[in-house]
Design a protein around this ligand. Structure first.
Ligand SMILES: Nc1ncnc2c1ncn2[C@@H]1O[C@H](COP(=O)(O)OP(=O)(O)OP(=O)(O)O)[C@@H](O)[C@H]1O
Ligand SMILES: [Mg+2]
Length: 249
């Protein structure tokens, strides 16, 4: 057994009277994709937002590579090489791919000027690896398709050495072709040893992309299963009934 990349232990958070996440534990290993499934409001986004530093948990622990971690802000999360890609991507529409990739972390020349040439060359390199069909390097990202925008966001995470990638419904707004492209990217990142938390409502897609799927309901963890041990129907009944059919009654 290797040390997990991430362990969230007995994590809880409430908003007013709503227990959004209730004593949830989940782990993630290097090279593993773990999916989070569950109805709207189940607590999936809230759970990962405690890992990405967007929310501060009320109780529980986060361990990163075997060490207790303190994550109180997105900046803290970044220090642990945690990057998040949301469905509504925070890209600057009027800037090109390279400017977006390095936004806030620009490369500079020895004299301290922004080094556009080097940023473009680096962008070309990483896009060639992640999405060889990507040609629109010089255009503002507003001219890119949803899938191409996703690949710029993923490139940004990879370039800055993300070890832990959180993807909250990355394909929700994408067409079939673009969804397939993001799926390919996920496989590529997995090969490179990243650990990925993936949230999606598409159970079939999750069965294909994930090594394990975790189902949440009403803020609680219904169960986590390796995809080869369950059928899609098992997972659907966990989502709907909030019970794990494989557990003895
Ligand atoms: N900032 C907040 N303030 C108040 N309540 C919140 C906040 N964020 C989440 N909640 C509540 O926490 C619960 C879980 O929400 P969350 O967004 O985690 O669900 P989800 O599983 O991601 O759902 P969806 O599939 O619709 O994205 C919901 O009842 C939601 O209303
Ligand atoms: Mg959500």
């Amino acid at each position: 057994m290797t040390t997990p990349l991430v362990e969230m232990k007995n994590v809880s958070i409430a908003f007013g009277g709503v227990q959004a996440v209730d004593n949830v534990s989940i782990s993630l290993h290097a090279g593993e994709v773990v999916g989070l499934l569950g109805h709207n409001g189940a607590g999936k986004s809230t759970l990962i937002k405690m890992l990405s530093g967007a929310y501060k948990m009320d109780s529980g622990e986060i361990w990163i590579e075997g060490e207790r971690a303190t994550i109180h802000s997105p900046r803290d999360a970044r220090d642990y090489n945690i990057e998040t890609i949301y469905q509504t991507l925070a890209l600057a529409d009027n800037l090109d791919a390279a400017s977006n990739l390095f936004l806030g972390r620009e490369l500079t020349t020895g004299l301290g000027f922004v080094d556009d040439d080097r940023m473009e060359a680096e962008t070309r390199k990483i896009m060639a690896r992640l999405n060889p069909n990507f040609k629109k390097l010089k255009e503002p990202v507003s001219a890119l398709s949803g899938g191409q925008r996703q690949s710029v966001a993923i490139a940004r995470a990879v370039y800055f050495n993300a070890k832990i990638l959180i993807m909250d419904e990355p394909t929700a707004a994408l067409g079939v072709h673009e969804t397939a492209m993001v799926a390919e990217l996920i496989q590529e990142l997995k090969k490179q040893g990243l650990g990925i938390f993936l949230i999606s409502h598409d159970t079939r897609e999750m069965m294909e992309l994930c090594d394990r799927v975790a189902v949440m309901k009403n803020g609680q963890m219904v169960g986590t299963e390796r995809v080869e041990d369950v059928t899609e129907d098992d997972i659907l009944s966990m989502i709907i009934l909030g019970k794990n059919p494989r557990e003895a009654a």
